[in-house]
Design a protein around this ligand. Structure first.
Ligand SMILES: NC(=O)c1ccc[n+]([C@@H]2O[C@H](COP(=O)([O-])OP(=O)(O)OC[C@H]3O[C@@H](n4cnc5c(N)ncnc54)[C@H](OP(=O)(O)O)[C@@H]3O)[C@@H](O)[C@H]2O)c1
Length: 339
């Protein structure tokens, strides 16, 4: 046998399930896989066409694995990630618990893979941040960033499976003329609605999601980015969209901008307004790309640029980035050796 010995914490959730799908689709060599959740309860998850029994996290023996993806929320990461790391496991954490910890690298491999270092816990950024920095990084390297203003249009799957179930129920009720049930996940009915905030309100009336975008972007880019964000929830199942305004230090032509964006390894330019070709969540869902379009010069500001950036939040914004972190670290493990 050869390949990674992997645990997925939160294997029954949306991100955990997507990690299993992407590992399989990308033909990542997996020697063994442990699926963990709150309880086993006789449940299974599918991996490589086979059912894998779900096991309770609380009784996990960490010597069984080399790497663990944590996708079960902050409280679970806080309690179990240090235990796993102490046992010698490399933890790739999808929660926000350790992202701003100065001792924990926050990594999007194609932007700052060199930041990984030797830490046993590596944080994967917020889904909205990942797609943003993938497009911003090449522009920053070439033209310098002066100012960034982002408005997001975020899918409900970003909140997890309960939010998806709630929107499905509300949409069905609305379709047959019923009044949608009282919302449990969000503070408002999401069907046929737009909620101009995601997460809780925090300092200066920005929300947690907005602060994540602002702080995480600077940490990943390794420089203070003068970014302001408005995070909005929309009744889309999968695929976060972002309207982004960027002011650069240096001048550019739109041809320069397109050429530079193409340098982003995951960037897919989808920008032919004359033929109605634009990036949409529906098209981006199921892909690993960051779709960029609506590329325009600002009509007032000489170095002002507008972009529309879309990606699958469960894949590029979570599972795929986490798996790429693991692949970046491949030399840590002897993938050819049986253990
Ligand atoms: N959804 C996204 O687009 C996205 C993007 C980036 C980051 N994230 C982050 O990824 C994490 C998971 O998100 P999600 O959307 O996959 O959530 P989800 O669909 O609600 O799934 C939550 C998962 O965590 C497990 N879990 C919850 N409490 C647990 C506990 N005490 N012990 C063990 N397992 C526990 C659940 O297991 P049971 O089945 O046993 O309840 C389930 O497998 C969160 O930290 C989220 O912020 C999500």
């Amino acid at each position: 046998m050869s390949g990674y010995r992997i645990a997925v914490v939160g294997a029954t959730g949306l991100v955990g399930q997507t990690i299993l799908e992407v590992l399989d689709e990308h033909r990542v060599p997996v020697q063994s896989l442990v699926a963990l959740a709150r309880e086993g309860g006789g449940r299974t998850v599918q991996f490589g066409g086979q059912p894998i029994a779900v096991e309770p996290l609380a009784s996990m023996d960490w010597s069984r694995v080399d790497v663990a993806f944590f996708a079960a929320g902050n409280a679970v990461s806080e309690e179990y990630a240090p235990q796993a790391a102490l046992a010698g496991v490399t933890v790739i954490d999808k929660s926000s618990r350790f992202r701003m910890d100065p001792n924990v690298p926050l990594v999007v491999p194609e932007v700052n893979g060199d930041a990984i270092g030797t830490s046993r816990i590596i944080a994967s950024p917020n889904c909205s941040t990942i797609q943003l920095v993938v497009a911003l990084a090449p522009l920053a390297r070439r033209f310098g960033l002066e100012r960034v203003i982002v408005s997001t249009y975020q899918a409900v799957s970003g909140t997890g499976r309960d939010a998806v179930d709630e929107l499905e129920r509300q949409t069905r009720q609305q379709a047959v003329g019923e009044v949608p049930e009282d919302p449990q996940v969000y503070p408002a009915v999401m069907a046929h609605n737009v909620l101009p905030y995601c997460d809780r309100f925090m300092d200066q009336d920005y929300t947690g999601e907005e602060w994540k975008l602002m702080r995480e972007t600077s940490k990943i880019m390794g420089q203070p980015v003068r970014l302001s964000a408005t995070a909005v929830r929309v009744p889309v199942y999968v695929g976060h969209a972002e309207s982004v305004y960027v002011e650069t230090r240096d001048a550019w032509s739109l041809d320069d901008v397109r050429a530079v964006l193409r340098e982003g390894r995951s960037v897919r330019l989808v920008d032919d307004p004359a033929h109605g070709v634009v990036p949409t969540p529906r098209d981006a869902a199921g892909t690993d790309d960051v779709w960029v379009g609506r590329i325009r010069a600002d009509v007032h500001e000489p170095n002002g640029l507008h972009l529309f950036i879309v990606a699958d939040n469960l894949r590029r914004g979570a599972a795929t980035n986490a798996i790429e972190i693991m692949q970046h670290l491949a030399p840590r493990w002897d993938l050819g050796g049986a253990r």
